[in-house]
Design a protein around this ligand. Structure first.
Ligand SMILES: Nc1ncnc2c1ncn2[C@@H]1O[C@H](COP(=O)(O)OP(=O)(O)OP(=O)(O)O)[C@@H](O)[C@H]1O
Length: 608
């Protein structure tokens, strides 16, 4: 459950992002000019807001000329209207600047997704493209607004009295400089926090979906420890981010609020050096009404959205060029020594069909897929054992059918292998890992008779046992392999909604089969998982599982035809339990002859 990391680090990919941005802006100079023209209206409004106020005071109200005062205030009001008109035009121009960026990113990302037929990566990246678009638009608006507002206010201060500019400018420059210095470290902390957050979300998503397996495997403590580590990692990342955010607040205080204090503190001196009361009021208006809000927007906008945009672009651009790392799903299980006694000899490897996705997931392990050594199990301390000293080896790629009369212990056997039951004696290993253990749990998938289907999309149902979203091509291939394609179409494809109550038992089984087929676990246990399918559909599903590259199939046979398909058959018959090929068992097992429709060995001994 690893975090989806950014492909490049700060120093490596920032220049690439910058170069692209510069090239792009050069080709869009006309849009930039339009943006500048409309923004000048905003700057003009800022300028007039303070200047008109000063004139209204000095030439109007303080000089006893109310009419002049009102006229200046009226001029300021008109300027507000003109500024609002300019701001309205700015939105349209920003769209003309940002939409092509989005289009380019989408083309790059979709191009890569189509090349790799990787719809999971594609949907994730296109979502990030939308984030990049929105964030970029916000950034253009905020930084442009700061530049033109600051220009209007500083020119206004200089026009009122150069001394006012001398008081305000150093603090403003210091504040902006401090903020600029925090940008890069903040972006790094933001990136670390996002990675920690994603890792935690991914981990929790997988854990919540697999709670039943976690409990069945007795892995609560281990899973809790892993999740705890991710929570701690996110906490530390959040703390580091918060520490740097304090520097942002300091920048705001120095650049936006200190000038107010300075103006008030130096007011007597300023008034003594030719600054008029109206000019002082105008300067305070510039600082409190224009500069401070613009700086606040810049700090919050660039500080958060800017870091987010950097992170998203770093992911998108290198990903579009070189491809995102493919997630590894399961490490190879370690090899273990072979058991000494085996009922079932290794089979020849079954015919494989080529499926690149599954080849990468199902690496054949060295140990047998399943080993039972002297396994004894009873449901109660005083009960007769259902299994008594059972030995069994199923090699990797094997296909074993389990048959026997009803109540003989077939489901008990699968329950033991799945870790749902604990043997009284003996050892069970899956791919070399003893049961119960998280490794063994990750290597097997049990499909019971009652198929579990939840409301959600088809893709969500089928990908339930996978950590990452399943690429659509793989999903369709799995559905086709187990014979689910007509149902998939009827449900509206991978994105179609599933209503569990509207599905027949057979349809639910098909969904469970496709889900298990997509699972990274190499050992599939089908416990009457096809009992609601017709013989033809059952045969198709079983053949698909038997042919999974690196996959091993143990099927509790519902019909004798299932046993005929298997390379080996385990006939559960109490002390006469035997394992062998169909032909061998016809010769050696009276019960199997009976089940297979040969000479009856004993009355009424059905497969189930
Ligand atoms: N939870 C349980 N508690 C006590 N006994 C149980 C429990 N589950 C099964 N048994 C008993 O254990 C024996 C084996 O049952 P199991 O379900 O494994 O047989 P099966 O061969 O799978 O039967 P079927 O083909 O009918 O599903 C039966 O005698 C059954 O009554």
């Amino acid at each position: 459950m690893s975090a989806r990391r950014a492909p490049g680090r700060d120093g490596e990919s920032s220049p690439a992002v910058r170069d692209r941005a510069v090239r792009f802006l050069r080709t869009r100079w006309r849009v930039l000019v339009r943006l500048g023209v409309w923004s000048v209206l905003e700057a003009g409004q800022t300028f007039l807001a303070g200047y008109a106020l000063a004139r209204a005071m000095d030439a109007g109200f303080l000089a006893g000329n109310t009419r002049v005062g009102l006229l200046w205030l009226g001029a300021a009001g008109l300027a507000v209207g003109a500024g609002a008109f300019g701001t309205g035009r700015v939105y349209g121009v920003v769209a003309a600047l940002v939409e092509p960026v989005r289009d380019r990113l989408v083309s790059a990302v979709v191009g890569r997704g189509v090349r790799e037929a990787d719809s999971g990566t594609l949907s994730g990246l296109t979502q990030q493209v939308e984030i990049a678009r929105d964030t970029l638009a916000g950034l253009v608006l905020v930084s442009r607004s700061f530049l033109f507002t600051a220009a209007g206010a500083l020119i206004g201060l200089f026009s009122l009295a150069p001394l006012l500019l001398a008081v305000v400018l150093p603090a403003l420059v210091a504040g902006v400089g401090l903020f600029a210095a925090t940008l890069r470290p903040l972006a790094r902390r933001q990136e670390a926090f996002l990675a920690a957050d994603e890792a935690l979300a991914e981990d929790l998503g997988a854990v919540c979906q697999g709670l039943r397996d976690v409990t069945a495997a007795g892995a609560e403590a281990r899973v809790a420890a892993g999740t705890g580590e991710r929570i701690d990692a996110e906490r530390w990342a959040a703390r580091a981010l918060a520490r740097w955010s304090v520097a942002r607040v300091a920048a705001l205080a120095v650049g936006g609020e200190l000038p107010v204090v300075l103006l008030l503190a130096t007011a007597p001196w300023l008034l003594g050096h030719g600054v008029t009361p109206g000019a002082l009021v105008g300067a305070l208006a510039y600082v409190t009404q224009s500069l401070l809000p613009a700086l606040q927007n810049l700090v919050h906008g660039l500080g958060t959205s800017g870091s987010r945009l950097t992170v998203v672009l770093r992911r998108l651009l290198p990903a579009a060029e070189s491809g995102a790392p493919r997630p590894d799903v399961r490490p190879d299980p370690p090899g273990t020594p072979s058991p000494t006694r085996a009922h079932d000899e290794p089979d020849a490897a079954p015919e494989r069909h080529d499926s690149p996705g599954l080849h990468t997931r199902l690496t054949p392990p060295a140990a047998p897929a399943l080993t039972l050594a002297s396994v004894t199990f009873a449901y109660g301390p005083a009960s007769e054992p259902v299994l008594d000293g059972l030995d069994l080896v199923v090699p990797v790629g094997g296909h074993l059918a389990v048959v026997g009369p009803s109540g003989i212990g077939k489901s008990t056997l699968t329950g033991l292998v799945a870790g749902l039951l604990e043997p009284r004696e003996g050892v069970i290993r899956v791919c070399g890992d003893s049961v119960p253990s998280p490794q063994a749990a990750a290597s097997r998938v049990l499909i019971p008779q009652e198929a579990y289907v939840h409301s959600g999309t088809v893709a969500e149902n089928l990908g339930l046992l996978r950590r990452d979203p399943v690429p659509e091509a793989e999903l369709l291939a799995a559905a086709e392999a187990v014979g689910m394609t007509p149902l998939l179409r009827a449900l509206g494809g991978p994105g179609g909604r599933v209503d569990p109550t509207a599905l027949s038992a057979g349809e639910r089984q098909l969904i469970a089969l496709a889900r298990a087929y997509l699972s990274p676990a190499p050992l599939a246990l089908l416990d009457e998982a096809t009992c609601h399918l017709d013989p033809e559909a059952e045969a198709r599903a079983e053949r698909a599982f038997a042919a999974r590259p690196g996959g091993t199939l143990v099927v509790v046979a519902h019909r004798v035809s299932s046993a005929r398909r298997a390379a080996r058959v385990l006939v559960m018959d109490g002390p006469r339990t035997a394992c062998g090929s169909h032909d061998e068992l016809l010769r050696t097992s009276p019960l199997y002859r009976d089940l297979a429709g040969g000479r009856p060995a004993r009355p009424a001994a059905p497969v189930r």
